[in-house]
Design a protein around this ligand. Structure first.
Ligand code: AHR
Length: 643
């Protein structure tokens, strides 16, 4: 090949903003992840049915289908199963001897109106030795480190029969006490806050939190919180040091928050609202994530902005544009009812950067941060597109731009090529957000992807990208593909100004998406190789990119009938393979069809006699036969033969 570098032409400057972070509450990214809280379901709110839905035969109705739809082919009657089989998920009771307990979730005399549930605990205890305890399991265990300090707090009210004491302890699975503290004088008819520090004598990565009741009587418990004193930058209500440090060491130029599909909500009523995520943590009602669990919103808007500041990143806030992901295509609130959504977006900006004399700037100052936060970008919804969205986007754009001309306003788009979407009916787009989940080496085959875009109308933000098919849970092939994709962004630096890999985080105990960047459980964390590819390319960015042309000298061999193959994810055939059949456990999944075939995780057999007629087809068949792979997309392009 001959590569010609044209230094006479103007070089595109590779922007400092190119690499950022995408955060979404998916796979317990915040709750049980980045957010350092160790108690799961601390406010007993997790079994609440999200607003705008009801439970029918164990399924949520209406069906919030969009996020899961993308993971695998769905039966048409697919529904979101309610994930909890207990009224108090992550809690259980442990009794011994003569002690008995009864638990009941109640909304009577709540701690506050925003978080209506508390746990009523009725204890009967004939002898002092009996164990009457309730236990929090944490997020699949709690990481107790010998000598470290853990701040515990809870709210309690009691009847007159309860004499106490109440002992809180960190224990091993087999009830060995690692740290404990006893509260006496706990009889109190009104809600009262108790706090103490626990310092484990020994480490246990899977400890549990135990509250033992020393006498009979009835107690009401709410908002039980256990936090490591060591958080990222020592922030109160802060972030897990190891995970935040992994993010920090990518030196992101911006952080996008809070999603993702999370922004859309499974219904418009249960969609996230930043105003419910600020102020005292025990008054935050929480948000049901479309990924099937509750977020306590302890990592709320303020904490997010604080994190941006702590890692010297700009903030990119994505707000709900009055569209939820209910019913596959998204449900729009009527156009004449969106004024509150616009106001909410304006208020969010004011909270971040408004003067302390403004309504929301004052609230920010009251929350401990009088100086403005580094909010630089906002995005109008997530993955919405089409004419209806375009119309809505225009209204948001006008309102925001008029008040905040320096804020960059981003238009969300669906997954894939933004050229397919209705950008022409949008009045003004500062930046457009293209999402790109691709199979291995798509980036090689489509290295010219960004070259094809017209210039001058908008800049591009690749808001979610990852090689996530044909690469297991992420491997060297994925990292190479991601790296090549990043190089194609650099090559088009005049257009592509920002990018963020997605999803960022995954708790190994609740995986909602096949390929993720940073993995962890309660005590451990590690980053996949794509993380290091991004880090390397970010730390060694080209300063400028001169136009180049590549002239590949043709060899005498004919072009192969297909490119790709096993593990390469997408297989483009140029031949006609009519009788191809894909089976699993003798069930035919696909037959005689062209187009994109996406196989879910599992073991699949591919057969087809016409496929075997070419040497390449036969080779591919041999490789595919009985092969077990994660997610695999096979694209068959049938050649038209006459007619
Ligand atoms: O990153 C996972 C999901 O992929 C996001 O929630 C959504 O925006 C995208 O489709």
């Amino acid at each position: 090949a001959v590569i010609t570098v044209n230094t006479a032409e103007t070089a595109a400057v590779v922007p400092a903003t190119l690499h950022g972070i995408f955060f979404e509450e998916i796979s317990h990214a915040g709750e049980g992840g980045l957010y350092a809280e160790m108690v799961q379901n601390r406010g007993f709110e997790e079994s609440r049915i999200p607003a705008g839905t009801k439970l029918e035969n164990g399924f949520l109705v209406p069906t919030p289908s969009k996020p899961h739809f993308m993971l695998q082919p769905q039966p048409s009657d697919w529904k979101l199963e309610w994930p909890y089989n207990s009224q108090w998920p992550a809690w259980h009771m442990e009794t011994s001897g003569n002690a008995t307990m009864q638990l009941q979730l109640t909304q009577r005399r709540p701690l506050n109106e925003a978080t209506p549930n508390s746990l009523q605990i009725s204890i009967s205890k004939a002898e002092e030795k009996g164990r009457a305890a309730i236990v929090n399991e944490g997020f699949w265990g709690m990481n107790a480190i010998a000598g470290d300090v853990y701040n515990l707090s809870f709210y309690l009210r009691t009847d007159n029969n309860f004499k106490g004491p109440l002992t809180v302890s960190l224990q091993t699975a087999d009830n060995k006490i690692l740290a404990s503290h006893t509260f006496t004088g706990t009889r109190h008819p009104l809600w009262k806050k108790y706090s103490c520090q626990l310092v484990p004598a020994q480490s246990d990565p899977k400890a549990k939190l135990v509250l033992s009741f020393g006498s009979g009587g009835t107690c009401w418990l709410d908002f039980v919180s256990l936090f490591p004193a060591k958080t990222f930058k020592g922030r109160v209500n802060g972030l897990r040091n190891d995970i935040a440090s992994l993010i920090d060491s990518l030196r992101p130029s911006f952080i996008r928050w809070p999603g993702g599909c999370f922004v859309e909500g499974i219904t418009i009523e249960s969609a996230p609202n930043w105003k419910n995520t600020i102020g005292p943590v025990e008054k935050r009602p929480g948000t049901f994530s479309p990924w099937g669990y509750w977020s306590s919103d302890g990592l709320g808007y303020h904490e997010y902005l604080q994190f941006c500041e702590d890692v010297h990143a700009d903030a990119l806030f994505v707000f709900n544009a009055g569209v939820s992901c209910e019913y596959r295509s998204g449900t729009f609130v009527p156009d004449d009812s969106i004024a509150p959504y616009i106001q909410n977006a304006l208020d969010a900006i004011e909270y971040a950067i408004g003067p302390v004399t403004s309504t929301w700037g004052r609230v920010r100052a009251e929350n401990g941060h009088p100086a403005p936060f580094p909010l630089k970008y906002v995005e109008v919804g997530n993955e919405q597109h089409g004419p209806r969205y375009a119309k809505r986007y225009n209204v948001f754009y006008d309102a925001i731009h008029q008040r905040y001309p320096d804020i960059t306003i981003m238009a969300s788009m669906g997954i894939g090529d933004v050229n397919k979407h209705t950008l022409d009916s949008m009045k003004k787009v500062d930046m457009v957000d293209e999402h790109a989940y691709k199979d291995a080496f798509w980036s090689v085959r489509n290295f010219d992807h960004f070259d094809k875009y017209k210039r001058g109308r908008w800049d591009m933000y690749v808001g979610e990208y990852a090689t996530n098919a044909g690469v297991g849970a992420g491997n060297m092939r994925a990292a190479l593909s991601d790296a090549i994709y990043i190089l194609s962004m650099e090559k088009n630096a005049d257009l592509v100004k920002m990018s963020s890999y997605a999803p960022l985080l995954v708790n190994e105990n609740d995986v909602d998406w096949p390929v993720n960047l940073i993995h962890y459980d309660a005590s451990r964390s590690f980053a996949r190789i794509s993380y290091y590819a991004i880090k390397m390319l970010s730390e060694n960015k080209a300063a400028v990119n001169y136009p180049t042309s590549v002239n590949i000298l043709k060899d005498s061999n004919p072009a192969p009938a297909f490119s790709g193959g096993i593990g390469l994810g997408t297989w483009d055939t140029q031949a006609e393979y009519k009788d191809i059949k894909v089976t699993s456990s003798n069930k035919v999944l696909y037959e005689n069809r062209t187009g994109d075939w996406t196989f879910p995780r599992g073991k699949w057999n591919v057969s087809g006699s016409s496929l075997a007629q070419t040497a390449e087809g036969a080779q591919l068949l041999a490789m595919l036969k009985g092969h077990s792979f994660d997610t695999y997309t096979l694209t068959l392009k049938a050649r038209k033969t006459g007619g």
